[in-house]
Design a protein around this ligand. Structure first.
Ligand code: AMP
Ligand code: ZN
Length: 488
């Protein structure tokens, strides 16, 4: 299998030909969510970007093992060994067990990604399910001389590491600058060097999530989980490691250091980083308070939104930008994407109504196909692919209007081209509701069923009906006269 796929490797800061370590097999690890709160649309953008990458690799015929973890322990607020534990803090706030928090937000995460039509990863390991693998890796790092224990906490010895390896290989930062920008150690610090970070943290008596270890009762640091789980499922060396750009400077830098210190080899051949979703130019994040929840977007229930948008319109909005460009979120941009998505679906809908002629005169489909592959082969350039798809839309509309002709054979070819690129590669699906004449009657049946469930206090069913209608682009509104429905 010979492909011309080229991708941008953060490690080398250039586009490189993609050559997997083992022919036809791809191992890909992507940092998953920290499940202590609802995922916002920015998080979703990163996972949709890797879904596009996963889908295209599958389309090319690779057998892909895609591992995406769930961070359900060890992530402190400071992203290193400082601050409160995100899970314990949220558990206290919501008066739940930390594992109830994990369960609640893991389910929410899966529900949202299903609405965006992402393919689940091949393996979705959790940090809490791999404590022993993390302990083992820390032991090996200590044995190799790159970590030390102080009073029940184990630190990675960055100063020792930089003597043999390049700690800033991923971001190309100057080590002196990095040191100067890092807080100086005080008398209370246990660490030896100010860049040292925790691999294992001693649990304070009040810390709920705790496990026994050779160094006493504690919990793992955030970075070690990804190193341990990628090694377990993909080996010491694998093809692609991905995540949002914001993870490169600390999390991924430390992952590389841990893997090198343990396995004496760099973990991934290609590092891929997705760019951020912004709102008025500011990165969408929970802490900035500009984090749109996908549900707010689908229902339009947000002060900054004029109306709701269906999950597929939002997916299309995301795919119209290259994964390494920022994407700014606005009503106008969503409106335009919604129009584009509907135009694409409408044209595909026309294909079944087109009557083929004996000959085609619409031009060269193989050229469009070639350019579509060239776009995706060029670092997964979905906006250029979408431009090619609109060339096909223009042709379909002209054929339907009788201005151009297509042969039966070419029509089949055109259908299979659109199936491949629109549905398989871009991962779109047609969520447009047909305008059936009896739509109102059908909706009344569903609304009555939901009302019955509500009367029986079966709120699980009534909520599910509402949410599932939402996912196909129908919104229910309860008011005092009953329930109204509308398309979103
Ligand atoms: P977290 O749950 O905070 O660990 O984040 C999960 C993923 O979402 C990480 O890969 C982040 O880099 C990514 N992410 C966070 N904020 C954004 C954003 N505004 N745009 C795109 N990706 C983001
Ligand atoms: Zn990670």
């Amino acid at each position: 299998m010979e492909h011309n796929l080229v991708l941008y490797n953060t490690l080398t800061r250039k586009k490189e030909k993609f050559v997997p370590l083992h022919p036809n097999l791809v191992g890909m690890y992507v940092c998953g969510p920290t499940v202590y709160s609802d995922v916002h649309l920015g998080n979703c953008r990163t996972f949709v970007s890797f879904d596009l990458i996963f889908r295209y690799l599958l389309h090319l015929g690779y057998k892909v093992r895609y591992v995406r973890n769930i961070t359900d322990a060890g992530h402190l607020e400071g992203d290193n060994d400082e601050g409160d534990d995100k899970f314990a803090k949220k558990a206290k706030l919501e008066k739940l067990e930390p594992m109830e928090i994990v369960q609640k937000y893991t389910i929410g995460f899966h529900d949202v990604l299903r609405l965006f039509n992402t393919i689940p990863p091949s393996i979705e390991p959790t940090a809490t399910g791999h404590i022993s693998e993390q302990i083992e890796m820390i032991q090996e790092i200590i044995k190799n001389g790159f970590a030390y224990e102080v009073n029940g906490t184990v630190y990675f010895d960055v100063e020792k590491y930089v003597k043999e390896y390049n700690y800033t290989i991923l971001t190309n930062r100057n080590l002196e600058d990095l040191l100067n920008n890092t807080r100086e150690l005080g008398g209370q610090d246990e660490k030896r060097g100010r860049l040292d970070f925790a691999l294992w943290i001693k649990a304070k008596p009040e810390h709920i999530m705790r496990w026994p270890s050779p160094w006493g009762v504690g919990f793992p640091g955030w970075h070690i989980e990804c190193s341990a789980m990628s090694r377990k499922y993909l080996g010491d060396q694998f093809d692609i490691h991905g995540g949002g750009m914001d993870l490169a400077a600390t999390h991924h830098t430390n992952e590389i250091a841990q893997s090198e210190a343990c396995n004496h080899t760099t973990p991934a051949k290609y590092w891929m980083h997705t760019n951020m979703l912004t709102v008025n130019g500011t990165r969408m994040s929970k802490s900035a308070g500009n984090g749109f929840l996908p549900g707010e977007l689908f229902t339009g229930n947000h002060p900054l939104l004029n109306r709701g948008y269906s999950p597929m319109s939002v997916r299309f909005f995301m795919l119209q930008a290259h994964y390494r460009s920022t994407l700014d979120f606005s009503n106008d941009a969503l409106e335009a994407a919604d129009k584009g998505y509907k135009r694409l679906m409408a044209a595909i809908g026309l294909l079944d109504k087109i009557v083929p002629s004996s000959k085609s005169n619409f031009g060269d489909l193989s050229e469009i196909k070639r350019r579509s592959y060239a776009a995706m082969d060029d670092d997964f350039n979905s906006p250029v692919l979408i431009a090619e798809l609109f060339e096909a839309v223009r042709i379909i509309n002209s054929i339907y209007d009788g201005k151009l002709t297509i042969s039966a054979e070419d029509l089949e070819d055109l259908k299979s081209y659109l199936q491949s690129f629109v549905f398989d590669v871009l991962g779109l699906k047609d969520d447009q509701i047909g305008d059936a004449d009896n739509m109102d009657e059908l909706m009344q049946i569903i609304i009555n069923l939901r009302n019955e469930a509500k009367k029986n206090k079966d709120f699980v069913t009534s909520d599910r009906i509402r949410e599932q209608l939402n996912s196909v682009g129908i919104q229910l509104k309860d008011n005092k006269d009953g329930t109204l429905w509308n398309k979103i």
